[in-house]
Design a protein around this ligand. Structure first.
Ligand code: URA
Length: 435
């Protein structure tokens, strides 16, 4: 078998056999297939696609490229959630303790932000002392003792994805359904959770731009998971505008804590309740999503969810006092509110542009390995459909200096669309495919 023939076959739109896919994946993981050939292969897959069988073969081959965790000795049933990536998506920070405090262990490998999309690990690292680089032994120990752990992907879990994702990110080959499905599901399979809620985002700030594309991605990922005995629920959610108000690492941690205290923006609160309720159902802690929701509301009201958050932060070396003293989070040097330039209905706040503006402020990275500035970011005060009076606060920008603040303000004003006629609010969810 020759790599060049496999690339040519996909270039010509032909399906690859399971052996050809495995030859490519294992060869690339071992370093025998160079990056330039892997890049050409990824572009051929992006342009010509893969059928259902090829996508499943690719996922299983990537999952086999490293070790697979067996979590059965830590808890009878471990639940995980995964978002396909978005702007202001700090869901894990709130949902993990909400679910874990109700006795359902949450064990999760998370990623860093790339491009316009933020990453849970960067957000968590804005908490002083918090460690994401846990060994597999520490991951198991924390899961067993505290019922909650969120760590970075180790080099041993689905290493094919780690290598391929880094390459896709710089070769414009991320937005491909088979490549996204195999990337996410290979990690989920290797991560070992028994039940997974997949939050598939759709809209301008998501990789899947239409609901149809998001549904197709969700369905194939559910099929892959169920095919190997995992329980999978798919939620298709909106990412045309940022989720909640805060975009940027420390700002998002602050918003998640406010939500665990019973506050936080309404859309984010609702998003968390729905995702967490489905985790409880999949994990057999609630008979249906309504029951799960009531349990979660109570856990927030009684302070149980916030107590679990403190326990989690402390267990991973962080300063748990942030739960009570938000001022312990870093604050940016320059903070300024941007008023609405006119009176009207907000018709659009392009999520991807807001994400890219936050990256430009320093909150994210355009290249793997770039450092991030935890304190900077954007608060988006209004939602699509809101009637806004000229001069009312529209954004608050948190920047390192005046120049980047002014640049961000101009960019953000340009990404808003306005209407003089009433505008329908955007839905939070489009569809739920229960497990
Ligand atoms: N998230 C992933 O883990 N992989 C992708 O390819 C896209 C989003």
């Amino acid at each position: 078998m020759r790599t060049v023939d496999i690339i040519a076959k996909k270039r010509d739109g032909l399906p690859l056999s399971a052996e050809e896919i495995d030859f490519f994946v294992q060869g690339f993981t071992r370093g025998e297939i160079p990056d330039y050939q892997a890049s050409a292969w990824a572009m051929a897959v992006l342009l010509k696609g893969m059928d259902r069988r090829e996508t499943i073969d690719l996922t299983m081959s990537m999952a086999r490229s490293g070790e697979t965790l067996d979590l059965s000795h830590t808890a009878p049933l471990v639940v995980d959630k995964h978002s396909t990536g978005g702007v202001g998506d700090k869901t894990t920070l709130a949902v993990a303790p909400m679910v874990a405090c109700l006795g359902l262990p949450v064990g999760k490998m998370s990623g860093r932000g790339l491009g316009f999309s933020g990453g849970t690990l960067d957000k968590l690292e804005s908490i002083p002392g918090f460690r994401v680089d846990l060994s597999i032994e520490e991951f198991f120990a924390n899961l067993k003792k505290h019922g909650i752990v969120v760590a970075g992907q180790t080099a041993d879990l689905a290493p094919a994805d780690g290598k391929l994702y880094a390459l896709r990110d710089v070769t414009a080959t991320v937005p491909s359904l088979p490549l996204i499905a195999s990337s996410i599901m290979s990690k989920k399979i290797a991560g070992g959770a028994d039940a997974i809620v997949l939050d598939v985002k759709t809209g301008s700030g998501a990789f899947m731009k239409t609901v149809e594309e998001a549904l197709a991605l969700g369905k194939i990922m559910a099929e892959i998971g169920k095919g190997i005995g995992r329980r999978v629920t798919v939620i298709i959610s909106d990412m045309n505008q940022p989720l909640g108000k805060a975009v940027g690492n420390a700002l998002e941690v602050r918003e998640a804590i406010e939500t665990l205290r019973g506050g936080g923006p309404e859309d984010f609160q609702e998003h968390c309740l729905v995702v967490a309720a489905h985790m409880l159902v999949l994990g057999e802690k609630a008979s249906d999503a309504d029951v799960g929701r009531r349990m979660l509301v109570e856990a927030i009201e009684t302070g149980k969810a916030l107590a679990k958050f403190r326990e989690w932060i402390e267990a991973q070396g962080g300063d748990a006092r942030v739960a009570d003293e938000l001022s312990l989070l870093q604050e940016a040097a320059c903070v300024q509110t941007v008023p609405a330039p006119l009176t009207g209905y907000l018709a659009g706040v392009d999520a991807m542009e807001v994400g890219l503006t936050a990256v430009e402020l320093g909150a994210g990275r355009m290249k793997k390995g770039d450092p991030v500035e935890h304190s900077v970011g954007i608060e988006v005060h209004r939602k699509v459909g809101d009637r806004v009076a000229g001069g009312e606060p529209l954004f608050t920008i948190h920047a390192q200096d005046e120049t980047s603040l002014r640049k961000a303000a101009n960019r953000l004003l340009a990404v808003c669309r306005w209407s003089q006629e009433p505008v329908e609010p955007l839905p939070l969810f489009y569809e739920v495919i229960p497990g």
